[in-house]
Design a protein around this ligand. Structure first.
Ligand code: G3P
Ligand code: CA
Length: 267
């Protein structure tokens, strides 16, 4: 069974590496995901965007400015343009003056990330987030569905499992229409009054409230559970927040520091 089926009491929350082990290596790079797998994370989170020539790449911001040596919108650049950029060197170099392994690392495509997971010596799951889906009127989801099918990730009971997350209920509905067996997670920065009773948009299986919201409204977790949905909280880096999530019995926490969180949970 996947981590969404694991009884909370036995293992505590599943640990999902946010953008990879993004505290140890540059977010959304192979190095960050390899580090997350090596540190024992249960799953890998990544944000996806579509390039001008229709490739899904793992980039959080709409522009490449913060996480590369280039400039401009992902949607206006082609994969070849992104491949020419350096997505690693922006992160602080180690003090000893040695070059880190991620220097001059190029953009990570979703295809490459899925291959990494497929080749992983141990089971590791995926939590893929669609960003700004309306801009491309369904093309992000279309490409995502195509890739998940190619890697046989459309069946949650396989060797590896995936779930799709979004702040957009519409984006999640598009994915479910094609892949009804892939669970979807509705992300909420702030839970709107209509969902405070623990309900979710029709068809959505999992609640994804922010840590900030859960801190202020811990009773929400129990309400969601009573409504029959697992809870995945983001982004949980502070040890006090990890402890609160474990005490509330949430099913998964999404963190930039999987190694430390796993150690705190005694795993
Ligand atoms: O895991 C959900 C979380 O990643 C959503 O926020 O901005 O980090 O994508 P963001
Ligand atoms: Ca994200």
């Amino acid at each position: 069974a996947g981590w969404h089926h694991c009884p909370v009491e036995s293992t505590g929350p599943a640990v999902i590496a946010h953008r990879g082990a993004s505290e140890e290596a540059p977010e959304h790079t192979l190095a960050a995901y390899r580090t997350a797998i090596e540190s024992g994370a249960d799953a890998l989170e990544c944000d996806i965007r579509l390039t001008a020539d229709g490739h899904l790449v793992c980039v959080h911001d709409w522009r490449v400015n913060r996480t590369s040596n280039g400039r401009g919108a992902v949607s206006k650049l082609e994969l070849a343009d992104l491949n020419a950029l350096d997505f690693g060197s922006w992160m602080k170099q180690p003090q000893n003056g040695e070059s880190p392994e991620w220097e001059r690392t190029s953009v990570l495509t979703l295809d490459r990330l899925l291959r990494l997971v497929a080749e992983s010596p141990r089971r590791v799951e995926l939590a893929i987030e669609t960003k700004h889906p309306t801009r491309w009127a369904g093309q992000v989801e279309e490409k995502l569905v195509e890739l998940l099918r190619r890697y046989e990730l459309d069946r949650p009971s396989g060797d590896s499992a995936v779930r799709v997350m979004s702040f957009s209920a519409r984006s999640l509905a598009r994915v479910r229409a094609e892949l009804p067996r892939v669970p979807t997670v509705f992300l909420m920065q702030f839970v709107r009054p209509r969902y405070r009773d623990g309900s979710l948009p029709a068809g959505v299986g999992v609640a994804g409230p922010s840590m900030r919201f859960v801190r202020g409204h811990p009773e929400y977790v129990e309400r969601v559970r009573r409504a029959g949905h697992p809870v995945h909280v983001w982004t949980v880096d502070d040890p006090a927040d990890v402890e609160l999530c474990a005490r509330l019995g949430v099913e998964a926490i999404i963190t930039n520091r999987p190694r430390q969180v796993l150690a705190q949970l005694g795993r």
